[in-house]
Design a binder for this molecule. Structure first.
Ligand code: PEP
Ligand code: MN
Length: 340
């Protein structure tokens, strides 16, 4: 960290800052310029230091040099991390398709969805059992029964499964039934939940909070990594902007940015990112072209009868078309589909 002193500071002001650093077990390297004095902080800088120093009236600003997240950063681990989910690897240079229903409903529909994901070339089956809904009056999922239906459908077609966990108390149960634990956008900064999935030995799909900067998103991942779980997959799912023509704004630029800053795999969820079924394919192709390690797509046998997110769910025919087009784009950018 660099500490920029205000013009005209006194020697006493400077000494106060240097003493503060010394008390914190750090040292300061002074760079005295014609106009300004800058102190380079040497040692193990901690998160609160910047606020502490900026509370001195003689300090103009502090400039971080290293990233606030460490375990998630490429500074610590330059090589890509690949996360294994069942038999598929996410983050090893191929394109992975996660698809299924927004919410698990009937066993028959979930089974039909599972067969379609498998036969279209998908790799992981999704199905929400614990649903975070904006309105408490909306369908909130089949809970444990939904987990059973999803697990049966996944086993029947030989695909690993992913489902959301919303409460730290449910982590163990959800982890018993699925291969990948999803932390949703609304819970991306629920630090107790992140702690809990961080203690678990299951890979975690971490959505970007709808109001999280990329740095904040990586700090969310840092929570999971700091608890010992190194199997984290990041998922861009759209952020809140002023645009009303789409449900959220899929931030395609966050995909190469997160991959530049972090070694973790990054996938895209154009279903929630757009909220419109007809935008899902074009944004999927854009995400694969931008370097995404995979896609998460909502589909349903009858989108008009889906219990949640029907407007963004693809019909089976449209999903098959998307997969074929994503395969072509993946090959064009040297990201062929992962083997099932
Ligand atoms: C979901 O994937 O079903 C979901 C609720 O997503 P998000 O947390 O991104 O809104
Ligand atoms: Mn959904």
């Amino acid at each position: 960290m660099m500490v920029v002193m205000k013009k005209g500071h006194s020697q006493r002001d400077l000494q106060a800052v240097l003493d503060h650093l010394q008390e914190a077990g750090l040292s300061g390297h002074m760079i005295v310029g014609v106009e300004r004095t800058v102190i380079g902080v040497i040692g193990d800088v901690y998160p609160e230091l910047s606020d502490e120093l900026r509370s001195y009236p003689s300090v103009d600003d502090t400039v971080p040099i290293s990233r606030p997240y460490k375990l998630a950063s490429r500074e610590l681990k330059p090589d890509d991390t690949a996360v294994r989910v069942g038999s598929v690897e996410i983050g090893s240079g191929s394109t992975v398709i996660i698809a299924g229903q927004c919410s698990v409903d009937t066993p028959e529909q979930m089974m039909a969805t599972a067969h379609t994901v498998r036969s279209a070339g998908g790799h992981v089956l999704r199905g929400g059992a614990f649903k975070p809904r904006s309105s408490p009056h909306s369908f909130r999922g089949l809970l444990d029964e939904g987990l059973h239906i999803l697990a049966e459908a996944g086993a029947a077609v030989g695909l690993p499964t992913v489902s959301e966990v919303m409460d730290p108390r449910d982590v163990e149960t959800v982890a018993e039934h699925v291969d990948l634990l999803q932390v949703g956008a609304r819970n991306a900064q629920n630090y107790f939940l992140l702690d809990e999935v961080g203690k678990c030995n299951k890979p975690v799909l971490l959505k970007r909070g709808m109001a999280c900067s990329v740095e904040e998103w990586l700090l969310c991942a840092e929570y999971v990594l700091a608890r010992g779980n190194k199997q984290v997959i990041l998922c861009e799912r759209g952020i809140r902007t002023f645009e009303t023509g789409t449900r959220y704004t899929l931030d395609v630029s966050s995909i190469p940015l997160a991959k530049r800053l972090s070694h973790l795999p990054v996938i895209a969820d154009p279903s929630h990112g757009t909220g419109r079924w007809y935008l899902v394919e074009p944004m999927s192709l854009a995400a694969v072209a931008a370097g995404a390690d995979g896609l998460m797509i909502e589909i349903h046998p009858n989108p008009e009868r889906a219990l949640s997110d029907g407007a963004q769910s693809l019909t089976f025919a449209n999903f098959r078309r998307l997969v074929e087009h994503a395969r072509v784009v993946g090959e064009a950018v040297q990201r062929p589909f992962a083997r099932v």
